[in-house]
Design a protein around this ligand. Structure first.
Ligand code: IPE
Ligand code: IPE
Ligand code: MG
Length: 239
């Protein structure tokens, strides 16, 4: 890995979330179609998954497609869904070789049935792998995730006192996964765009101006190095 930054192995973030942004701008700058940017973005995603796995990160949540991204043209949406399907079908060997487990967060009911099926199959096929867990946020919205958790919780309790923070957490899509320590957003935007609203309450944010298709392993190392310089307080005041 071409980087001179030395990371403290004992203080790696357990869970990193990435808002992979800038595919469209990358393509436009090259006078190419936005879809070309998504194709390059997928290559970057694979590169960063491998880098996170090699670094020993435990969980990586990738924001692939938001509940708001359906507003894009049918052509762009169809292209992204096609890429996801192709990737899930074609890259099982990559996940197997690296012992990487695939999971999903988001509403599977709003996805095209074939994509929901591929996701479920990839999750099942990689279920026993004990390496990095990659959580694909697909048809994901932070607000939608909280609403769906609340619906499950309300269906299970009669007394209002049982509606607690722990209760909501328990009914999120993947309650066993710890909160993200570090959330990265690429391409110069400084907003969450509905990503991990509940789980990211105390995440450290890292913003990069680099467009996602240009992101490299060294950029991931720089983000983690910046995270390791932060002082996390969780509301407890200065130690
Ligand atoms: C991120 O890149 C990928 C998705 C949101 C699916 P964009 O497509 O948002 O790229 P920009 O922000 O238009 O450059
Ligand atoms: C957020 O990016 C969603 C994903 C990266 C999948 P967007 O490009 O959709 O966010 P906005 O529209 O700039 O806020
Ligand atoms: Mg964008």
């Amino acid at each position: 890995m071409a980087s001179s930054v030395v990371l403290a192995r004992s203080r790696l973030p357990h869970h990193i979330g990435i808002i992979m942004d800038g595919n469209g701008r990358w393509a436009q700058r090259k006078n190419q179609l936005r879809t070309q940017g998504h194709l390059e973005g997928l290559k970057t995603a694979k590169r960063i998954v491998k880098a996170a796995s090699d670094l020993g990160i435990r969980y990586l949540t990738l924001y692939v497609f938001s509940t708001e991204n359906w507003k894009r043209t049918a052509e762009e949406v169809g292209f992204i869904m096609g890429l996801v399907k192709q990737h899930l079908k074609g890259e099982l060997d990559f996940y197997r070789e690296n012992r990487i487990r695939i999971r999903h967060t988001g509403d599977p009911k709003g996805l095209p049935p074939d994509i929901a099926r591929e996701l479920a199959e990839a999750a099942e096929d990689t279920r026993s792998f004990e390496g990095l867990q990659v959580i694909l946020a697909l048809n994901y919205g932070g607000r939608d995730a909280i609403v769906r958790a609340a619906q499950r919780l309300f269906a299970s309790v009669e007394q209002q006192e049982k509606i607690t923070e722990e209760g909501i957490r328990h009914y999120l899509d993947n309650p066993d996964i710890p909160d993200p320590d570090l959330i990265i957003r690429t391409a110069g935007e400084h907003r969450t765009s509905n990503f991990l609203l509940w789980e990211g309450a105390y995440a450290e944010y890292y913003f990069s101006d680099i467009l996602w298709p240009d992101w490299t392993e060294a950029d991931l190392v720089s983000a983690i190095a910046a995270y390791q310089q932060r002082e996390r307080r969780f509301g407890g005041g200065k130690p």
